[in-house]
Each structure stands twice: as structure tokens, then as C-alpha cells.
Design a protein around this ligand. Structure first.
Ligand code: AMP
Ligand code: GLY
Length: 416
């Protein structure tokens, strides 16, 4: 089996590692990939998505696995182009990927299918937004389109709302587009990942990510400073409720709307006092949750994705470890306001009994790993219980260092 993974970050490094450990021993390729990924998969050297599709056709590729969302939403859509060219794709068609690409589309989908979520109104300009907010703070403002994780502002007061409205409608920071004014929900957040195909779904291990830069969940928002994953994160009753109220109606809604969803679907949930509510859908695995979840998955992940891409979900191909997994991110100096590249990474050879997934790294001229971006790498360790996984992940992460490195010591310890 010959598989191309599309993406280049820590999530793709983790997906490729799991594919490489699959029983079916696939031959692996990645576009655009990274130096670290090139140790497990051959990088496909093409300029763009059109060339990639042609390359896959010419190189007898059996499966395209979409890691990041951008290609799914670009031009005709990665999955659409694959299908058109007879290449099975684990990733949704462009219309279905609008669940992530457009907050308005996602909100309408949830309203249409009675999926619990925060109440929201669409606005086209700042005046309309202020009218809808009507002095009720905190409020949540969401730019409608893709905004690299920067399009949502939870505004505690009028000053912060005015500032974000100016970014969106005044400075047009994310380009043209409308906005949602959404009810502010309160509660712990949890990330649920479903593999979806042919109107069926399989839930992977639930996870929680740590989005803020500072310990105790303080400071600026980031792409994620770490994650914890375990079946035991949520009790059975709550999981049943999430399945009944959120996942079931979502999968049924995708079917009845004829969206033909295939691939991972990410449910960002808020566990409110009224029950679980959806704060966002993403049409991909989470990052850094994927790095924590995938070490808990065994079996034939490659075959599972291929069968899924062909429309047959086969849960029997996978099994899930009942224990815990904790991933600790090391970020570069200045992150998240900026990032620092070129700092040599020390101690990688000392890590034992843990996995290292690279995100922003590269090999320098002397063959040393150095930083190449904001989030640099994740050190992931498992354990039968939460405490042992947490202690092991932090002990191993502490062996890795570079100038300016930032790491949260409470990843996995802080429950919700
Ligand atoms: P998103 O870009 O949709 O993932 O949103 C980023 C973050 O904003 C989420 O992880 C939540 O912490 C927060 N958020 C989004 N929607 C809401 C909401 N309705 N109420 C409270 N917080 C929210
Ligand atoms: N961990 C958040 C995300 O992947 O969007």
C-alpha cells in the first residue's frame, strides 16, 4: 500500500509514525513534509496541489490522507480532486469541510439538526455587531472564514469587542467576510475525534488540550501547549450523552444533507451546566491532541484509513489502550507573539520510553536539529494511570532543551 500524507506539522509526524507501525507496512510519502518526517516518509517534491494530484496518479498511490485542513478547502478541494482522479482520500470533500471553513455554515448545520451549541447571529459590520451584543458581556466574536486559529475573540467587555471588531471590519485582518456574535458558554472544554465514513463513526480517545501559554491556563492563546488523552477523561454516562446529543445527530445530519463526510471530524465541546455543547467543528485531527491520542491506537491504522476512504468503516482494525497519554510541547522563544528559529535542540538522544514528534524543527548544516517555528516539538509518554503518564512525559520533556525554550509544567496535571 502506498500512502501520501498531506501536511508538515507535529500532527502529521504522529500520523505518519502510526502508519509506519501499521501491520500492513505501507510505503509512505508526504507533501510538503519536514526534515523529521523525511526520516519516515519520502517527501513529494511538487509545487502545488495540482502537481501533487498528477504525481499521485503517476506513482500508483493507493490513499491520500489529509492531515491539515487548508488543502481540503483550497481551489476544488483536495478530496474532490483525489476522487475525480480515482484516488481514495481520507478527508472530506470541500462542501463538507465548510463545517470548519465557515462558522456560519457550521452554525446553520447545528441549528438545522438540533445539535446543542451557543446561540448566535450573523453580522456584516461593526455597528450591527454592537447592536446584537446589546451591552451583554462577555460575548464571543467569530470571523466567518479560516483565520489560522486567530479568528475567535472571547470579549469580557466593550473595549475588547471594539478592538476585535476594528481588526475584522476596519483593518480587514482576515480579509472580507461576515462575523458571528455568539453566546459565551462556560465550562471545561474537551476534544472528541470521530473517524467518519459511510454514515458511521468511530470515536477515538477523548483529549483535552492546553491552549494558553502560561501555567494555570493563563496568558495568550497559542496553537496548543500540550494535551492529555484517555478513555477515562470522561465518565461513561457523559460519553453516552455526547454520543446521543452531539455525535449521533451530527453524523445523521451529514448523511441527510448529502455531504458525504469521510475522514476525521473534530468536535470541540464545552461541558456546560446544561450539557455538552459544540463550540466548533474541525475537519481534521486536533494538533497537539493527535500527538497524545495516536500512541494509544494500535492495529492497522493504514488499512483502517484506506477502507474508510473507500466508504467502509472498519472499527475491528483498531484497538485503543485504556491508559493515559500526555504530550508536552516545547515552544520557541517569543512564542506566541513571535517565534525564534535556528536554536540548536539539545538532549533529544537522552529521551527514553517517550515519543518525540517534531513540528517546527529542521536539520542544520552540521546535521543538528534546530528550532524552525513557534511550537517546536512534543514529547509524549503513556502510563496505566494519569500520574505515571504525567510524570514520565515531564521527566522526558525536561531532558530536551534549547535557548529560549518554553514549556508548561502543568500539562496533564491540571484536570480541566
Ligand atoms: P475556535 O477558534 O472556534 O476553536 O475557538 C477558540 C476558542 O475560543 C475555543 O477553544 C474556546 O476556548 C473559545 N470559544 C469559542 N466559542 C466560545 C463560546 N461560545 N463561549 C466561550 N468560549 C468560546
Ligand atoms: N487543538 C486545537 C486544534 O487543533 O484546533
Amino acid at each position: 500500500m502506498r500512502i501520501v500524507v498531506v501536511g508538515k506539522g507535529g500532527r502529521e509526524h504522529a500520523l505518519i509514525r502510526s502508519l509506519s507501525e501499521s501491520r500492513s507496512q505501507p510505503e509512505l510519502f508526504c507533501f510538503p513534509g519536514s526534515d523529521a518526517i523525511s526520516e519516515l516518509a519520502q517527501l513529494v517534491e511538487v509545487a502545488d496541489m495540482a502537481e501533487l494530484i498528477a504525481w499521485m496518479g503517476a506513482n500508483a498511490i493507493d490513499l491520500c490522507l489529509a492531515g491539515e485542513e487548508s488543502y481540503l478547502l483550497k481551489d476544488e478541494g483536495l478530496a474532490n480532486l483525489c476522487v475525480k482522479n480515482g484516488i481514495p482520500c481520507w478527508g472530506p470533500p470541500k462542501d463538507a469541510a465548510q463545517l470548519e471553513g465557515s462558522k456560519e455554515f457550521a452554525k446553520q448545520f447545528m441549528e438545522r439538526h438540533a445539535i446543542p451549541t451557543g446561540a448566535a447571529k450573523v453580522v456584516e459590520n461593526a455597528e450591527e455587531a454592537m447592536e446584537v451584543i446589546g451591552g451583554n458581556y462577555p460575548t464571543v466574536l467569530k470571523f466567518d472564514g479560516l483565520a489560522a486559529g486567530k479568528g475567535v475573540a472571547v470579549c469580557p467587555d466593550e473595549a475588547s469587542a471594539v478592538e476585535f471588531l476594528d481588526e475584522v471590519f476596519g483593518k480587514k485582518r482576515f480579509g472580507e467576510g461576515s462575523m458571528l456574535v455568539e453566546e459565551c458558554l462556560v465550562g471545561p472544554e474537551v476534544s472528541i475525534f470521530a473517524a467518519v465514513s459511510g454514515g458511521e463513526s468511530l470515536i477515538f480517545t477523548p483529549a483535552r488540550d492546553y491552549k494558553l501559554i502560561g501555567e494555570g491556563d493563563t496568558g495568550a492563546n497559542t496553537g496548543g501547549m500540550g494535551a492529555v488523552a484517555s478513555r477515562q477523561l470522561l465518565d461513561g454516562k457523559l460519553m453516552e450523552r455526547i454520543q446521543k446529543d452531539v455525535i449521533g445527530p451530527t453524523i445523521d445530519g451529514l448523511e441527510s444533507d448529502g455531504l458525504g463526510y469521510v475522514g476525521f471530524l473534530y468536535f470541540g465541546l464545552m461541558l456546560t451546566s446544561e450539557g455538552p455543547k459544540v463550540i466548533e467543528y474541525n475537519c481534521r485531527f486536533g494538533d497537539p491532541e493527535c500527538q497524545a491520542v495516536m500512541p494509544l491506537v494500535s492495529g492497522d491504522f493504514a488499512e483502517f484509513c484506506l477502507e474508510g476512504a473507500r466508504g467502509r468503516l472498519k472499527p475491528e482494525l483498531l484497538s485503543f489502550d485504556e491508559g493515559w497519554s500526555v504530550g508536552v510541547i516545547l515552544a520557541s522563544g517569543g512564542y506566541p507573539a513571535s517565534s525564534h528559529s535556528g536554536d540548536v535542540i539539545r538532549g533529544l538522544d537522552k529521551v527514553e520510553g517517550a515519543r518525540v514528534y517534531h513540528a517546527g524543527t529542521r536539520k542544520n548544516g552540521d546535521g543538528q536539529w534546530e528550532t524552525n517555528g513557534g511550537r517546536v516539538l512534543a514529547v509524549v509518554a503513556g502510563g496505566a494511570d494519569r500520574v505515571s503518564a504525567v510524570e514520565k512525559a515531564h521527566a522526558e520533556a525536561a531532558k530536551v532543551d534549547f535557548d529560549g525554550a518554553q514549556r508548561r509544567n502543568d500539562i496533564g496535571r491540571l484536570s480541566f
